[in-house]
Design a protein around this ligand. Structure first.
Ligand code: AMP
Ligand code: MN
Ligand code: MN
Ligand code: MN
Length: 299
């Protein structure tokens, strides 16, 4: 496989394309495999899988969890088991709790905006966000209402940490995020490490600690990384024995100037990296399904 994108968002979180349309766009972009990685939800996977079956694309069942807040750390999960009821009960319960927290937090943000003299309509935010509201939906509603000139301006003026309408959301912690993804048969991979406000040695130190907690890969190829960072993270992964992944983090053409598959030309080891990822997924799936023999023998 030479054309793969492992980081994509649909309307199940804050992307603008419904899952089926996103899969169609990926097929049109010539992808052979893709991963749907919505924030804190697997709700888009069943319809994405139907479209992928129809179009002959390999779909990896993914997710992106917000695991830490300061700085913000995101964790991707690949190869989750179980179709509609993806994964373990613990994982499902966790995702439901995250969505509930997002709804409360959206209301708190809207209340702050009201206090700032911007009477944003919460019903409109709920309509835009559906079952999984993010700040992106609030920003969009603000643009519609004329309270900000663009989504980006809404973030910079009001919604980013340190700005007056920011409200933090629940974060799982990296160790717990890793455990939950593995309990659902998935492969945990650190998303866009280059976005961490840390030096390369500091990131390496964190990655080593996370590896000890069960992290299995890093997303070296991401549009937010410059060429030098992509090479640095690829080398770091090789040195530490971690998987290498890549994805565009596509949300919609209107949201960010990012194209599906944008990072593919830089990802020269794509073929062997994908083979290794599929192997790791098979191993994690089996480990999640088959009880540990050693543990059984201890009893
Ligand atoms: P949340 O998950 O509710 O904290 O919202 C974070 C989401 O907002 C991210 O997944 C991004 O897609 C989006 N986002 C964050 N900052 C910006 C920005 N400056 N411009 C556009 N979208 C942004
Ligand atoms: Mn997003
Ligand atoms: Mn992210
Ligand atoms: Mn993302």
């Amino acid at each position: 496989m030479k054309r793969v994108d492992l980081h994509l968002h649909s309307t199940a979180s804050d992307g603008r394309m419904p899952p089926e349309a996103l899969v169609e766009a990926c097929a049109a972009a010539g992808l052979e495999a893709m991963a749907l990685t919505d924030h804190d939800t697997v709700a888009g996977l069943p319809s994405a899988q139907r479209a992928a079956d129809r179009l002959g694309l390999s779909l990896i069942h993914g997710v992106e969890l917000g695991v830490e807040d300061h700085p913000e750390v995101h964790l991707l999960g690949y190869g989750l088991l179980g179709g509609e009821a993806t994964g373990s009960w613990a994982f499902q319960n966790h995702l439901a709790a995250m969505r509930e927290d997002r709804a409360h937090r959206a209301l708190a943000i809207v209340q702050r905006l009201h206090a700032l003299g911007l009477p944003l309509d919460m019903d409109r935010v709920r309509t835009l966000g559906g079952a999984n509201i993010s700040r992106s939906h609030i920003a969009l509603a603000m643009v519609e209402a004329g309270f900000a000139g663009s989504v980006h301006v809404a973030f910079v003026k009001y919604l980013n940490p340190g700005r007056p309408a920011f409200v933090p959301r629940r974060h799982t912690g990296m160790a717990e995020g890793i455990r939950l993804i593995r309990s659902a048969g998935g492969v945990p991979v650190l998303a866009h490490p280059g976005r961490l406000p840390l030096s390369l040695p500091q990131i390496k130190e964190r990655v080593q600690a996370w590896k000890a907690e069960g992290l299995l890969g890093i997303e070296a190829y991401h549009p937010s990384h410059c060429a030098g960072q992509m090479a640095d993270f690829r080398d770091m992964a090789r040195k530490l024995g971690l998987l290498i992944t890549g994805g565009s983090d596509f949300h919609a053409r209107a949201v960010r100037p990012v194209e599906i598959g944008q990072m593919i030309p830089a990802w020269t080891s794509i073929q062997s990296d994908i083979t290794a990822l599929y192997g790791a997924i098979a191993e994690q799936n089996r480990a999640a399904l088959v009880p540990d023999k050693a543990a059984l023998e201890e009893e």
